[in-house]
Design a protein around this ligand. Structure first.
Ligand code: ATP
Length: 353
């Protein structure tokens, strides 16, 4: 496996090394060989190459199976820097779905217990202008009193995100997919998304399929999230639902993520670069470490590589253990350890598993 290391900015410089440390321990235990490729991005890319997404990084990413990427902190770049990192990366490498789990831990404070949901959010269409069009914007203001915004939904985009959701559901105990939309109102746009979900559902008879209106599921997620397994939805709805998901189980430090394409994936936690706590060894590395865990699991599934799946399982078990022991947790989780101590404890638990 060829995996890139993109540190990102601010706390990325602290949490990504912890993630890589844990992934290395897991790969070594399972016998998986990983060819690691550190690549500049963000502020470091700008300092070394004059660009936050340097050409050398852009070219190298094409040859990789995946990469771990720290949060990007535009506030740290020189003023008026025209470059942009994340929308171009998602677009250039066709990372079409964001997979964001929402998992509660019994000894950590959370709004609900026994939550185990995987949100699958479409990432290339919808209303987000940077990801929908290559020139211009799908928003315009013909006069001072009217603004028009367009939403793009395609069969291809809907079908592939639905397929990803069903493939994930197949690997889980409950094997259930809920498609969240609002077809009765957005008949054509949500209608197309729903039609493609139903089509894919017919190919997965072993997976239970249901549909929910986006407003209904928002309420039910807050009241009884335990009923959901895999939830698939369009870009904007997913943007909101995944934050609800993070809020249900304890906040951003506990929200990992994986952006996936047809042949590559990027591990990236949901949280931002948190400049307020950067450089203090205070950031919670959980989200980044679990993003790396998801990358190994995804690579294992896509490439039929049991060593990658075993490595992912070592990390999952080790993280659960360190959280349950509650001896090496960062402050946001109620502990008094630093980023590196928590990372070390997880890496040690992986090696001892
Ligand atoms: P962005 O706009 O880049 O997504 P943001 O402004 O939404 O970022 P974050 O940078 O994610 O927000 O930070 C929001 C709050 O959560 C901050 O107070 C930050 O310190 C805290 N936070 C974020 N990530 C972590 C983490 N890994 N560990 C501890 N606290 C975190």
């Amino acid at each position: 496996m060829k995996i890139g290391i993109l540190l990102g900015d601010d706390i990325g410089l602290e949490v990504v090394p912890e993630c890589v440390k844990v992934m290395k321990a897991a790969a070594s235990r399972s016998g998986l060989t990983i060819d690691w490729r550190p690549l500049p991005v963000g502020k470091r890319g700008h300092e070394e190459h004059g660009d936050t997404l340097p050409a050398v990084t852009e070219k190298a990413l094409h040859d990789l199976n995946g990469w771990v990427c720290g949060p990007i902190g535009h506030a740290t770049y020189p003023r008026n820097d025209p470059t942009w990192v994340m929308p171009p990366i998602r677009k250039k490498y066709e990372l079409f779905a964001a997979i964001r789990p929402s998992l509660s831990h019994s000894n950590l404070k959370s709004v609900h217990k026994n939550v185990d949901i995987v949100f699958v959010r479409e990432l290339t269409e919808g209303m987000l202008y940077s990801e929908t069009v290559i020139a211009g914007a799908p928003e315009f203001r013909p006069n001072n009193d009217i603004t028009v915004a367009m939403r793009v939904i395609t069969r291809k985009g809907s079908n592939r995100v639905a397929r990803e959701a069903f493939e994930i559901a197949r690997t889980r105990g409950r094997k259930k997919v809920t498609a969240a939309h609002k077809e009765p109102v957005y008949r054509l746009a949500c209608g197309m998304f729903a039609e493609e979900c139903r089509k894919v559902a017919r190919e997965f008879p072993d997976v239970t399929f249901e549909e929910s209106m986006i407003d209904t599921i928002s309420m039910k997620l807050v009241m009884a999230p335990q009923q959901y397994d895999v939830v698939v939805t369009t870009n904007q709805f997913g943007d909101i639902l995944t934050d609800i998901g993070a809020g249900l189980v304890g906040g951003l430090g506990l929200a990992p993520g994986l952006c996936v394409g047809e042949r590559q994936a990027m591990a990236q936690a949901t949280h931002g670069s948190a400049p307020d706590i950067a450089g203090q060894n205070a950031a919670n590395p959980y989200a980044m470490i679990m993003s790396g865990q998801m990358l190994l699991q995804w690579l294992g599934r896509k490439h039929g590589e049991p060593k990658a799946i075993a490595a992912a399982e070592y990390i999952r078990t080790a993280v659960v253990k360190v959280i349950a022991e509650a001896k090496c947790l960062t402050k946001d989780l109620g502990g008094n350890s630093g980023t590196t101590q928590m990372g070390d404890a997880i890496a040690a638990a992986v090696s001892a598993a």
